[in-house]
Ligand binder design. Structure first.
Ligand code: COA
Length: 200
């Protein structure tokens, strides 16, 4: 059940999700050659070397096509340095999700996440691409994007527009996965409006 973790809903989005997202999978994707645990980033090199040599402390992570609970999503947002968002707004935002890919560690903690939003037919945008800083540079980000792209291939015509707003420094990450910069044919433009709707 895709929405079983979404206990923060005051919005009825479950029917839409079930229609647009294929059945969730629960498959093994990779074994991290790092023991589990919250280690300081500067310890990675040493630990990686030790793990590479012995290869006995491996961690298995699982990829699931299921939206996380609000608390887990918030935790990951804050971990990557993004702002917190109130539950009601996340519920509305999640309702517009077309595809989702999430990786959990062997303690079931959310470690990587990405989703698409859009109309599912002509335009899709990859959003909320996040990997827990402790788990970055191990292929998890690539795995969630590749899985999202597989879901898009399975559900969307090949002439659909699939875009991503690459944050500074992430162009290389997306380029490796097949995205191409559209500059100078297209540039990203944004407008910020003085909204009449109160901000929570
Ligand atoms: C960008 C991000 C999703 C990458 O996830 P990841 O799991 O580290 O990525 P992978 O291990 O699959 O691939 C990493 C490779 O992508 C490339 N890369 C380019 N820019 C990068 C960046 N900003 N961060 C990490 N890797 C980047 C590098 O070649 C890197 O290889 P390396 O690990 O040998 O250095 C992750 O760093 C993240 O969550 N960042 C904070 C949130 C963010 O900026 N999200 C993107 C929004 S557009």
């Amino acid at each position: 059940m895709l929405t079983q973790d979404l206990d923060f809903s005051d919005v009825n989005y479950a029917p839409r999700l079930q229609r647009t997202i294929p059945d969730p999978t629960d498959r093994l994707v990779l074994c991290l050659r790092l023991p589990p645990g919250e280690w300081p980033i500067e310890a990675w090199g040493e630990r990686w070397d030790v793990a590479e040599r012995s290869c006995k402390d491996t961690e298995t992570v699982r990829l699931l096509r299921k939206l996380p609970a609000f608390e887990e999503y918030s935790r990951l947002r804050v971990a990557v340095g993004w702002s917190a968002v109130p539950p009601a707004r996340v519920a509305v935002a999640f309702a517009e999700t077309k595809h989702v890919s999430a990786i959990r560690d062997n303690a079931d903690e959310l470690r990587a996440f990405a989703r698409t939003v859009g109309d599912g037919e002509l335009y899709l945008y990859v959003q909320d691409v996040m990997v827990d800083p402790v788990y970055q540079h191990q292929g998890l980000g690539s795995q969630v994007i590749e899985d999202l792209l597989q879901q898009v291939r399975d559900t969307t015509p090949s002439d659909a527009f699939i875009g991503v707003l690459a944050m500074p420094g992430t162009d290389g990450f997306y380029a490796r996965l097949g995205f191409e910069s559209q500059w100078p044919r297209h540039s990203v433009m944004q407008i910020t409006l003085e909204s009449r709707r109160p901000y929570e």
